[in-house]
Write a protein that binds this ligand. Structure first.
Ligand code: RP5
Length: 168
């Protein structure tokens, strides 16, 4: 049986889950198999290492790792796997997510983490789909359709605004 595309969404705490709902639903819309895990680089470091080490054998194609504050989870997972890791900085209560963003994006050479915007949940999912497009042709086709629909939606908004303000 052909393998289905699979993404692991890993978050540092279940308090991150509200941000990840969009990520989850976007991946589901593309027909991607998703597993959702809580795993902390600081509170459960051994689990984080074991998860990342086993992800490839578990059939995971891409890992999306979300974390806030001193957000080391994406980098730690990337250290233990050759799978692509997308880092999703969570907006924190004290520094507005700038702490999370910088903790995730400033990886040293040799261990990349593809970082999306603070709370950029949808883009994390779309980037994962695009990364898997070379392996799964149906995902690439769906991404083409997604881009067309997005452009059509903008054109509809443009027409509606022109109509509304005509002659004013
Ligand atoms: C990080 O610390 C988590 O990713 C979360 O964003 C933040 C706060 O975690 P909780 O104290 O809410 O569990 O590890």
């Amino acid at each position: 049986m052909a393998k289905t595309p699979k993404v692991s969404i890993v978050m540092g705490s279940d308090s991150d889950m509200p941000v990840l709902e969009t990520c989850l639903s976007t991946l589901k819309k593309f027909g991607v198999e998703v597993e959702v895990r809580v795993c902390s680089a600081h509170r459960t470091p051994d689990k984080a290492a074991a998860f990342a080490r086993g992800a490839e054998a578990d059939g995971v194609d891409v890992i999306i790792a979300a974390a806030g504050k001193a957000a080391h989870l994406p980098g730690v997972l990337a250290a233990f796997t050759v799978l692509p890791v997308i880092g999703l900085p969570i907006q924190s209560s004290t520094l507005d997510g700038l702490d999370s963003l910088l903790s995730i994006v400033q990886m040293p050479s040799g261990v990349p983490v593809a970082t999306v915007a603070i709370n950029g949940s949808e883009n994390a999912a779309l980037l994962a789909v695009q990364m898997m497009g070379g392996t799964y042709p149906e995902l690439r086709l769906r991404m083409h359709a997604y881009k067309r629909e997005m452009a059509e939606a903008v054109e509809t908004k443009d027409r509606n605004l022109q109509e509304k303000w005509k002659g004013m």
